[in-house]
Design a binder for this molecule. Structure first.
Ligand code: DX5
Ligand code: ZN
Length: 221
């Protein structure tokens, strides 16, 4: 499944960009929220998401902020389906995940490239999604760190052994050229920003992305 990160979209016509990437075949919209503290960049917050109006796809919020707890209810109120916090920014991870579910959303946790997957083992029953960063978060358009894929495979095993229904998603530097390899590591959901928005024909790009996932999994899901 392809989740389009709007960080690389043309913000002067954001709603149009969102609708056109969905029309071109993306299944979800990924919202990168950055506070200039947890990551060295600022992006946008709830008012910009509100200004998009209703969109015909689920929205996933990726909170790259120092105090993720403050942003759960604003994004839940905007109807976001998944709210993802970074394990590195969450002192009381179990509490945050519980708050996200209590707000009516699915609970996600993201791991920076240098953070081991095992750290999530104790909270697997409280999780709906694991978002593995394949770049250090902060900017769109960075190069995927291939060494992280070994960790993705280990997390796949951990999820399968747990028997829990947890989505494994990857984020950062994913393109038509490398998505097949990424899919082989066991991820089933792919965040793609510049790999779509910096191409001239979104539909052709998304078709190729899905075709390459299909080559790895034998089935596009
Ligand atoms: C990085 C963000 C990503 C990023 C993806 O901090 O979390 O979602 O925007 O963009 P690309 O696909 O360009 O790496
Ligand atoms: Zn992201």
């Amino acid at each position: 499944m392809i989740s389009a990160s709007i960080l690389s979209a043309d913000f002067s016509r954001l709603r149009e960009e969102v609708l056109s990437v969905l029309d071109a075949g993306a299944e979800r919209i990924h919202l990168d929220i950055m506070d200039g503290h947890f990551v060295p960049n600022l992006s946008f917050g709830p008012p910009v998401v509100r200004s998009l109006g209703r969109i015909p796809a689920p929205m996933d919020v990726h909170l790259m902020v120092e105090n993720p707890g403050s942003y759960i209810s604003p994004f839940a109120e905007l109807g976001c389906e998944v709210i993802t916090v970074h394990v590195e920014a969450s002192i009381h991870l179990h509490r945050l995940l519980t708050l996200i579910r209590e707000a009516g959303c699915k609970a996600g946790v993201s791991l920076n490239p240098a953070t081991p997957g095992e750290t999530l083992h104790p909270v697997l029953p409280f999780l709906d999604e694991i978002l593995v960063m394949t770049v250090d978060p902060g900017f769109g358009g960075q190069k995927l760190i291939p060494e992280v894929l070994e960790k993705v495979s280990k997390i796949r095993e951990m999820i399968d052994l747990s028997g829990q229904d947890i989505v494994l998603e990857v984020d950062g530097g994913i393109k038509v050229e490398n998505i097949e390899k990424v899919a082989r590591s066991g991820a089933t959901r792919f965040v793609v920003g510049s790999g779509i928005f910096h191409t001239s024909d979104y539909r052709t790009t998304i078709e190729k992305l899905k075709e390459n996932v299909d080559n790895a999994h034998g089935l596009y899901i």
